[in-house]
Design a binder for this molecule. Structure first.
Ligand code: AMP
Length: 450
């Protein structure tokens, strides 16, 4: 779970990268970093924390140059510490190079141990570093050729950006697991995980970078390469369910519209005889709109989210029950008293959130709580870039529907069916990865599921 942004040949490269990362903050909140190039040297800054905490005007001023790449990180491979923050910058015999990666490489442990046995020394414990080693070891002439050579050896999910002294490379794996979009601002090419980054800086969305496509951007312009054998696409359906911002356009669709269609489909599959439909903020909103419109039941904001919570807060010495959830969410008591409600949320992972939320609804006086989830039960962990816990912690992997309903104190519980989800993706249904619901991983690999 990461967000990446890159820009080539713009006077305000670092400032725009900073803003791009701001728009992509939802994709990772652990660390943030930018590497810029002034065509002779690369300049680097990365730190643990949110974009707003990491960068100051002075730091951005020091990131000279007309090209830059940036990264926000939420670890899915490697621990959460500064040595694993990206972009990852190295100097090697051909010059300098920095990389920003969104995704997970399934054969990275194997490649890493092979390289280590030959004497390679790794500076981090993240999978991305193997790409850098493979590029540096390649005997090919140009950076783009060395990059292709390296990427042909790795398996798994990657949308990535590489900046050198005088070029920017953008690549998306042949399965297309994670999104990557191309735009333009005042003639300067920009690349980002999601289009919401373009909207903030006033860039125009040009197109999506295709699965298996590599772009080389330099003084001569933008060149596209498709060096891989064609593969069936497996774009991540969870980007639509939860991860991407609803105002983004990716995988050929508006995230907002797709989320609404999930809600409408859910209402057809599992209608509820209730007084009102209540969204679980914020990720449940678009699906709730679809659910309420389809079922012709009034939508009410029965749960309010406090948007001004920092990363840490001082809890009173006498512990308050469920403080962590309560500081974020609070029900509208008067609205809920004696009412039968249907709540719509995007997913259940461990089910601790739903349980706490429903306790709050009950305390506020809701008579019936019919929980509707706009995705199928998550039964398998993701190995392609979404941070999900191991199988034993996924409630749908260890409990049946009735048990989960009881655990979360719901009057009824229904998930969107896999068929319903696929139906919403229409003619593109085959081009998505549903492994978190089915366990059918598109790439064979050796990983510990438990
Ligand atoms: P829980 O079931 O308590 O583990 O949390 C479920 C909630 O977390 C859902 O309402 C989602 O909005 C959100 N969520 C879903 N997937 C993830 C994820 N991979 N990382 C963080 N939050 C998530």
């Amino acid at each position: 779970m990461c967000g990446i942004f890159g820009i080539y040949n713009h006077l305000e490269a670092s400032n725009l990268t900073y803003l791009g990362l701001y728009a992509l903050q939802h994709r990772g909140q652990e660390s943030a970093g930018i590497v810029s190039s002034d065509h002779r040297h690369l300049h680097h800054y990365r730190q643990m924390g949110l974009v707003s905490e990491v960068f100051t005007k002075d730091i951005l001023k020091r990131l000279f140059g007309k090209s830059a790449i940036g990264h926000v990180r939420y670890s899915t491979a490697g621990s959460s510490e500064i040595k694993n923050a990206q972009p990852f910058l190295v100097d090697y015999y051909k010059g300098s190079l920095a990389i920003a990666h969104n995704g997970n490489l399934t054969n990275a442990p194997l490649i890493k141990s092979e390289l280590e046995s030959k004497g390679s020394i790794f500076q981090s414990n993240m999978d991305t570093e193997v790409i850098v080693h493979l590029i540096a070891r390649s005997k090919e002439k140009s950076t783009i050729e060395r990059t292709v050579h390296a990427l042909k050896q790795v398996e798994g999910a990657y949308s990535l950006l590489i900046v050198t002294e005088n070029e920017l490379i953008a690549a998306r794996d042949p399965f297309g697991f994670r999104p990557l979009v191309l735009g333009q601002i005042k003639g300067a090419p920009v690349v980002a995980s999601e289009t919401c980054a373009f909207d903030l800086i006033g860039a125009k969305f040009i197109r999506e970078i295709e699965p298996g496509e590599i772009l080389l951007i330099n003084e001569e312009g933008t060149k596209s390469f498709k060096p891989f054998v064609h593969k069936q696409h497996h774009q991540c359906i969870f980007e639509f369910i939860y991860f991407a911002r609803p105002d983004s356009f990716l995988f050929k669709r508006s995230v907002y519209e797709v989320r609404k269609s999930f809600g409408a489909q859910l209402a057809k599959e599992a209608p509820a005889d209730v007084d009102m439909v209540v969204p679980i903020p914020d990720s449940g909103f678009p699906a709730t709109l679809g659910f309420a419109a389809e079922s012709k039941i009034p939508l009410e904001l029965g749960m309010i989210r406090n948007h001004y919570i920092g990363r840490t807060f001082i809890e009173p010495e006498q512990r308050i029950r469920h403080f962590g959830v309560k500081i974020k969410l609070n029900p509208v008591n008067n609205l809920l008293k004696g009412k039968r409600i249907a709540t719509v949320d995007d997913s259940i992972v461990r089910a601790t959130t739903s349980q706490k939320i429903n306790k709050m609804f009950r305390k506020a006086g809701a008579k019936e709580i019919h929980v509707r989830i706009s995705s199928p039960p998550i039964t398998h962990p993701c190995f392609f870039g979404i941070d999900t816990p191991k199988k034993s912690e996924l409630i749908a992997s260890t409990h049946n529907l009735k048990e989960i309903q009881k655990f979360i104190h719901a009057t009824s519980l229904h998930y969107l069916s896999l068929e319903g989800l696929r139906k919403c993706m229409k003619e593109d249904a085959e081009s998505f990865c549903y492994a978190c619901f089915t366990g059918n991983y598109p790439i064979p690999f050796q990983m510990d599921l438990e």
